[in-house]
Design a protein around this ligand. Structure first.
Ligand code: HEM
Length: 138
């Protein structure tokens, strides 16, 4: 059922509410049955009907549940031909944008904690040295 190949022009003919194909990551999905149920509204789906909506789909940051629904709508894969619109940014794994952001904050926080620890250790050593000196003086 899902091993059919579509060209971009095949897909572009399915651009009405009752017959709506969309392309995500070079897979072709029949979104007709889902248009009315889409929590993001039917307008956005109709907008990308018959086109590559990879970027639009990924930009929203759809949940795993949304991806499961999407898989259920699969009808085939896209056969790219010369002159077709280029696939829209889908080379990176979907989570990379969020994780890289989180990581940089994490590293910054880590550096501050380490620096704080180093300063505290230095102060401790300094004070220890001071009190030892005082001890000798007495
Ligand atoms: C057939 C493909 C699609 C499916 C199966 C789908 C499914 C879903 C689901 C289940 C949600 C609820 C939130 C979540 O679980 O992530 C959602 C929300 C949303 N979707 Fe889609 N979606 C599709 C395509 C698109 C496209 C192409 C757009 C593009 C512009 C879009 C825009 C949105 C927006 C803006 C929301 C957020 C709605 C809100 O939280 O108020 N969706 N979608």
């Amino acid at each position: 059922m899902a091993d059919k190949e579509f060209t971009y022009s095949d897909v572009s003919e399915h651009n009405t509410k009752k017959d709506l194909y969309i392309v995500v990551h070079d897979k072709v999905y029949n979104a007709s049955s889902f248009v009315d149920e889409h929590p993001g509204g039917e307008e956005v789906l109709l907008d990308v009907g018959g086109q590559d909506s990879t970027e639009a789909f990924e930009d929203v940051g759809h949940s795993d549940e949304a991806r499961e629904i999407l898989e259920g709508l699969l009808v085939g894969s896209l056969k790219r031909q010369e002159g077709d619109p280029k696939p829209k940014s889908y080379a990176q794994p979907t989570s990379s944008a969020t994780t890289s952001d989180g990581a940089s904050t994490g590293v910054g926080l880590y550096a501050i904690i380490l620096l704080g620890g180093a300063l505290a250790f230095g102060a401790y050593k300094y004070l220890q040295g001071q009190s030892q000196k005082e001890g000798i003086a007495i």
